[in-house]
Write a protein that binds this ligand. Structure first.
Ligand SMILES: [Zn+2]
Length: 377
């Protein structure tokens, strides 16, 4: 039995069950779907499902059940986060996967045996920390095969070097830290250019032709390249940040609102702010750190982090700010990061000085870095 056939069976089981769910008045749960699957194997047109292990097929039904529950909980507000769509039919050209639970796999001497598939010799990216409870075989759009393991992990104990850190996430510089460190995001310009060129080519090619399929595959491979570079960058940055600091403070960004602005959407989705936040949160849990997200309505870019004086709104083009109240000149983003840290660890900004009598005047001179001046009175 080949993996391609296995993926085909998993896909058919999912699509059959989804079609039943879409027509049903009351959604059938996992056990009902599982009974229907057993029944369908007796039919001539689904007999071939018997030739693969029943475990990944049942797992596919469990996943469908979960997908529906998430969809309903997201609709009635029981589930936090963005809205989730209803489950979709699976296509042959999308990523394929099949999940094997404990009863259906065996691991020995670096080899993995899957029921009715046989032995696989994977290239290990790292050692497993413990026995896995399930294994998922994945084939991505670029025809690469992966094994993904579910394992239990013990929390890691590493003493943090620093008490806390605030992080300002931005478009130009990915992250500016309150300690002055900056993290530039990787540049994807070259790969991006190649993708756009190939996409034009794809649009001209005949549907279902062999050449078009080759182009599609090349585009998928380039997208994978970008994703790999980004993932690597975000993992390294989040690991460093979380392992070095006891409290990590981020600003809540309205990412979904921003992506609606089409000009920014490409840059933002590639920057992966949300991914970074998710990684920091998960790693904070792993390392026993405090992870804080402060409201995006905090005026973190309008206040001097040194003396607390409120300048008011500062134009985005102004990168360096001189506070005439205390005389300290700071990088705009670094100042914001310091304020994010302060709010995160519980300092309140003194808003009393923000009255109408302290109107801020911004003076832009052409040669010098732009400055903000406080009123003379
Ligand atoms: Zn100041």
């Amino acid at each position: 039995m080949s993996l391609a056939q296995l993926f085909g069976c998993v896909r058919v089981v999912w699509n059959d069950a989804l079609a039943i769910c879409k027509q049903a008045d009351k959604l059938p749960g996992y056990s009902k779907l599982s009974a229907l699957l057993t029944q369908s194997k007796k039919n001539e047109d689904r007999e071939w499902l018997k030739s693969v292990s029943s475990v990944p097929l049942q797992q596919s039904l469990r996943n469908l059940d979960v997908a529906y529950r998430n969809f309903f909980n997201s609709r009635n507000g029981k589930r936090k986060g963005g809205k989730i769509g209803s489950p979709n039919f699976k296509k042959k050209t999308n990523q394929q996967s099949a999940e094997f639970t404990k009863a259906a796999f065996l691991m020995k001497d670096g080899e993995v045996y899957l029921a009715k598939i046989g032995d696989l010799k994977p290239i290990w990216s790292r050692k497993l920390p413990s026995e896995p409870s399930s294994i998922t075989v994945i084939k991505d759009c670029a025809n690469r095969y992966f094994l993904s393991f579910v394992v239990e992990v013990q929390p890691i104990q590493i003493e943090a070097k620093n008490q806390s850190i605030g992080i300002d996430l931005g478009i130009k510089t990915f992250a500016v830290m309150s300690n002055g460190e900056k993290a530039q995001s990787p540049v994807y310009r070259m790969i991006d250019r190649k993708i756009r060129k190939l996409q034009k080519k794809l649009a001209r090619q005949q549907k279902d032709s062999n050449r078009r399929n080759i182009t599609r595959l090349r585009i998928a491979k380039l997208h994978n390249q970008i994703a790999d570079i980004r993932k690597d960058f975000l993992h390294k940055l989040s690991t460093k940040t979380v392992s070095e600091n006891q409290t990590i403070v981020l600003e809540d960004l309205n990412v979904s609102g921003m992506v609606e602005n089409r000009k920014l959407s490409r840059a933002i989705s590639q920057q992966g702010w949300r991914e970074f936040r998710t990684l920091c949160e998960a790693k904070s849990q792993k390392f026993g750190r405090n992870f804080q997200v402060i409201s995006r309505w905090e005026p973190t870019s309008q206040i001097c982090s040194d003396c607390g004086f409120r300048w008011g709104k500062v134009d985005l083009s102004i990168r360096s700010i001189l506070c005439l109240n205390c005389g300290v000149e700071q990088d705009r983003d670094e100042n914001a990061a310091k304020n994010i840290e302060l709010v995160g660890i519980g300092h309140c900004h003194d808003l009393k000085r923000a009255g109408s009598d302290s109107q801020t005047t911004s003076v832009a001179s052409c040669c010098d870095p732009l400055r903000i001046l406080t009123p003379s009175g």
